[in-house]
Design a binder for this molecule. Structure first.
Ligand SMILES: Nc1nc2c(ncn2[C@@H]2O[C@H](COP(=O)(O)OP(=O)(O)OP(=O)(O)O)[C@@H](O)[C@H]2O)c(=O)[nH]1
Length: 261
């Protein structure tokens, strides 16, 4: 093994706050718990808002991910998660057109909030419950087009089936959040011939495992995912040099995603 590893710039362990938002019943709790525990649990208290933490081993370093399963009620102030989050997953259920409308409203309000703060932040639009295809009310193309409108990535997934189906959603958003927060790419481990290998021991992934899950996911991803330069270009911060450097790194990031897809 060549041991080409990314060293974290400031020596601290990367840490991210991800907020899942969306209408009631779309599966925010199910996705959160599945990501944290790899288990699908059928019922949750609908009024319970919780934050869960997972430590992942990426490229030999511990990445700490805090996930907030939000529960918006009329009198709740959304700034609790808008201020807190480094990245957002806007979730709807493919079996509910109404939840898709709510997702649209979330996309708009998050976008307005970030603009008002001069912030850039990764957002992913996630259509959940694809195991319930026969009850589908929201076409994949509608999801893709909403994501394109807001220049975000788009996934369809399910909390009820293979862990890998949703793992990729979280991994992608974590990688983007890492790039935005720390300015460099969280790299996978490399083997001697420079091919990506496992993402980390705690992820229990082998190359073969990873490739098969990626090929499944490829079917479900919107093409803009493979071309990050086509999305989220708004409100760049910092100097032009910094921007160029970031663009260069984004291209590299893009290359990694191509490798995995
Ligand atoms: N078949 C299927 N059911 C799911 C999936 N995700 C969630 N569910 C079910 O949908 C229902 C609502 O899921 P929750 O995770 O509670 O949804 P939520 O978005 O957290 O909504 P609240 O708990 O009401 O805030 C539960 O009965 C889950 O078991 C999925 O991917 N597939």
């Amino acid at each position: 093994m060549s041991g080409r590893r990314a060293l974290h710039r400031n020596g601290n362990s990367p840490e991210f706050n991800l907020a899942l938002v969306g209408a009631l019943g779309v599966g925010k709790s199910a996705l959160t718990v599945k990501y944290i525990t790899r288990r699908f649990i059928m019922e949750y208290d609908p009024d319970l808002e919780g934050t869960y933490t997972k430590h992942e081993d990426w490229d030999g370093q511990t990445v700490t991910v805090h996930v907030m399963d939000t529960c918006d009620k009329e009198d709740n102030d959304p700034s609790r998660y808008l201020k807190w989050a480094d990245a957002f997953l806007v979730v709807y259920s493919i079996t509910s057109s109404q939840s898709f409308q709510v997702a649209r409203e979330y996309m708009e309000s998050i976008s307005l909030y970030l603009k008002s703060q001069g912030r850039e932040c990764p957002v992913a639009l996630v259509g959940n419950k694809i195991d319930l295809e026969r009850y589908r009310q929201v076409n994949k193309s509608e999801g893709a087009s909403l994501a394109t409108e807001y220049e975000t990535v788009f996934y369809e997934t399910t909390a009820a089936e293979e862990y890998e189906l949703l793992e990729r959603v979280f991994q992608r958003i974590i990688q983007e959040a890492h790039f935005d927060k720390y300015g460099h790419i969280l790299q996978p481990i490399y083997v001697a011939d420079d091919r990506p290998m496992a993402w980390g021991q705690n992820n229990h992934q082998t190359l073969q495992h990873h490739q098969s899950s990626q090929s499944q996911l490829h079917q479900q991803q919107h093409p803009t995912q493979l071309h990050p330069q086509h999305r989220r270009p708004k409100s760049p911060k910092g100097t032009i040099e910094k921007k160029d450097e970031k663009n260069q790194q984004k291209k590299t990031l893009n290359k990694f995603f191509k490798i995995f897809n």
